[in-house]
Design a protein around this ligand. Structure first.
Ligand code: ATP
Length: 273
């Protein structure tokens, strides 16, 4: 068996998180390697956000290890994890509405370049400025929002704002990106477009993505591998096909979000005919 410390990406081993007497996550193991999209799903309250927050350093685990590119990062602060290569987006978007889209995206790269030195946050060198603009332009192009560069996020649709947030994370050039319910607030067409961008991001840049997501159709269409949690415990893992056909997973969802899984199965069936 492959050691999780060898994983070229993110690995979580024996994760336990407690809120007082409540064990929110109980023995989670997962890997999210580079060059792949890994999904983390489960019914409401299953412990997805808690696992995500333990990975990003927002909550402290009672037990277990989180490793990034083989390095133990369990005790590190969120900003240190970012400097080591972990980017993230938020379910509630955190964009600066007084800045333009381009300036928001530039921040994704600038924060990493300046690091912990406050003086370097005040002034960038000329070559750094050129590099910042180039990286931001590439990220905006990848997300199809180059035409919005001079606009302010406040005046954009939710779908466009999600793409700005994604572009900012891409600009950080992280080898590993964690996305927390990125389809939240998007309509069907916007969600499909978002999924296409994520797939090309992985294919072209080889980043690894861990995605926590309720939209089962999106998860099934973009993930290479999926981990399923229920009541804080890992209950299943496998390919989208294996997850979609698992009786255990369907029972956990009690039909609530199983529609997206059924659609995946039907689409696959049609594609084979
Ligand atoms: P959802 O899909 O509804 O967002 P989830 O799978 O992300 O759910 P979590 O939010 O991780 O699940 O919650 C796991 C359990 O921990 C739930 O029982 C929840 O009520 C509890 N919980 C989450 N955050 C806290 C907190 N800060 N304090 C106490 N209990 C919490």
């Amino acid at each position: 068996m492959r050691q999780t410390s060898d994983v070229d990406g993110l690995s979580v081993e024996g994760l336990v998180v407690k809120y007082g007497g409540l064990v929110a996550v109980d023995g989670q193991n997962l890997t999210a390697p580079r060059g792949r999209i890994t999904g983390l799903i489960g019914p409401n309250g299953a412990g997805k956000t808690t696992t995500f927050n333990a990975c990003t350093g927002m909550v402290k685990p009672a037990a277990g290890k989180v490793r990034l590119l083989g390095e133990d990062i369990t005790g590190l602060a969120p900003h240190v994890r970012a400097l080591k290569g972990m980017g993230r987006t938020f379910q509630r978007m955190e964009l600066y509405d007084t800045l333009t889209v381009r300036e928001n995206v530039v921040l994704g790269k600038e924060a990493g370049m300046a690091g912990g030195n406050p003086f370097r946050h005040l002034r960038a060198t000329r070559s750094q400025t050129v590099q910042l603009r180039r990286v931001a332009a590439g990220a905006m192009e990848m997300c199809g929002i180059s035409g919005l560069a001079a606009r302010r996020p406040a005046n954009l649709s939710t779908g466009q704002r999600r793409l700005v947030e994604l572009a900012r994370c891409i600009a950080g050039e992280y080898p590993l990106m964690l996305l927390d319910e990125p389809s939240s607030g998007l309509d069907g067409a916007e969600t499909e477009e978002f999924g296409r961008i994520l797939k090309s991001l992985v294919a072209e840049r080889g980043v690894g993505i861990l995605i926590v997501e309720h939209d089962m159709a999106l998860v099934m269409s973009i993930c290479d591998y999926i981990h399923v949690l229920d009541f804080g415990k890992p209950i299943f893992e496998g390919s989208p096909r294996e997850v979609a056909t698992s009786k255990l997973v369907r029972a956990a969802y009690l039909g609530s979000e199983a529609d997206g899984m059924a659609k995946f199965e039907n689409d696959e069936e049609r594609a084979r005919v």
